[in-house]
Design a protein around this ligand. Sequence first.
Ligand code: AHR
Length: 514
Amino acid sequence: MKGEDKGMAKLRINSKNRVSKINKEIYGHFSEHLGRCIYEGIYVGKDSPIENVNGMRKDVVDALKAIKVPVLRWPGGCFADEYHWEDGVGPKENRKTIINTHWGGVVEDNSFGTHEYFELCRQLGCKTYVNGNVGSGTVREMSEWVEYMTFQGVSPMAELRKENGHEEPWKVDYFGVGNESWGCGGNMTPEYYANEYRRYQTYVRDYSQQHMEPTGEPAILKICCGPNVDDYEWTREVLKTCFRHASEDVHGFMDGLSLHYYVFPEGWDIKGSATEFDDKVWYKTLNKALYMEELVRRHGEIMDEYDPDKKIALIVDEWGTWFTVEPGTNPGFLYQQNTMRDALVAGITLNIFNKHSDRVRMANIAQMVNVLQAVLLTEGDKMVKTPTYHIFDMYKCHQDAQLVESEIETKEIGTEEYPVPNLTESVSVDADGRLHITVTNLSLEEASEIETELDVNVKSVSGEILTGEMHEMNTFEEPEKVQIKEFNETVVSESGLKFIVPACSVVHLTVETA
Ligand code: AHR
């Protein structure tokens, strides 16, 4: 029976060694005008029979608030480099109807635009990350969008915003200067893009400093388009071109460099089914998810050469699984189901980000609703929380906590071609001094008994677990098949804690220390 055999592993935790802050934005999300992510998934309009607040689905917003979505990237993706923001402001009946050429060739009526995006973020209580158009937009267009969103005084764009019903400026926390400029965002070379970055970012003005009372809050943080997967040349060339001209203080010039990495079990062309896979594909998928560690480490090493003080964040603003679309759905909509395999990919990846939180300071899973590795799926007025949602729920404990030094003994399992360690982990301490341990067991057969070596005394411990057979998922017929359960089998021992992590599961322990 699954989980009967047990391996033993030591988990060493040095809670006194606070390594880095786990920025809450690592738990960020991405929503593009793609398929049923924005329309249907989030925005249904005020007149919809589906319960909504100012057009936003109430069930979806409530579920997202529960996992504390810290930041939301919008409007793309590839869509961002074809998006002209003026099309999406003003009276809805006057907004331009366009074709979404990237994603299914469907009609985009622009009923969700800048005002609706900020209303969504207001309802979610999250930070904003707007991605600008370098590929097919002008410097002026980008500059005016920033003016429209953030300028408080008297100016043409601020007046237009007021005419359109929003007196006060909004806060843009992050601004992306282009998306995938090496591909759908303009097919540029790194040198060419780097020069474009220098030019475009100049006009992403920080109006809070120039025209408003200084608030002491950080200005708009600018994100430069970084590499696709392992394109280390892109990282090096972009930094080289930008740094020759960057001032000593990079703040306000380049605050982040993005990285995109998706897990395609069978490669870009075939991808593979989201729900039908065998043990071999399970390990292949997890092996590919673990590759994220090498990517953030190696891109980080190149960044260290230019920016040893780690002022520039590595921003993994697109990550997740990418499977073949669900049978019978529009291939351009990227709608896929989500199983325990996705839960493990999320648990592994978030542990990696936590452990690299000195450099990785934001990440955005692709995408929030109904697209790729979504946390929520909708069908009409129904909504289900996917296994990935539950991982974000369990891991929210790490948001803004301090990563502490930890190390777990692992053994190699998987297949010869796609080996994986049986366990991954990360440990943090929150503002109230509680320790949070998240452990993933990648094995399909073997439970692991874990004994901690802890440098503090344990007062009490509580736990939660997400576990199931590898194919298990939540459907509209059976929405609660995969759920977080209480995990209270942890024993307080002399050296710390002892607990058994079943095969194919993710565990979160909260430890009160004496
Ligand atoms: O998330 C889907 C697409 O993947 C995005 O639009 C693009 O940036 C990436 O290639």
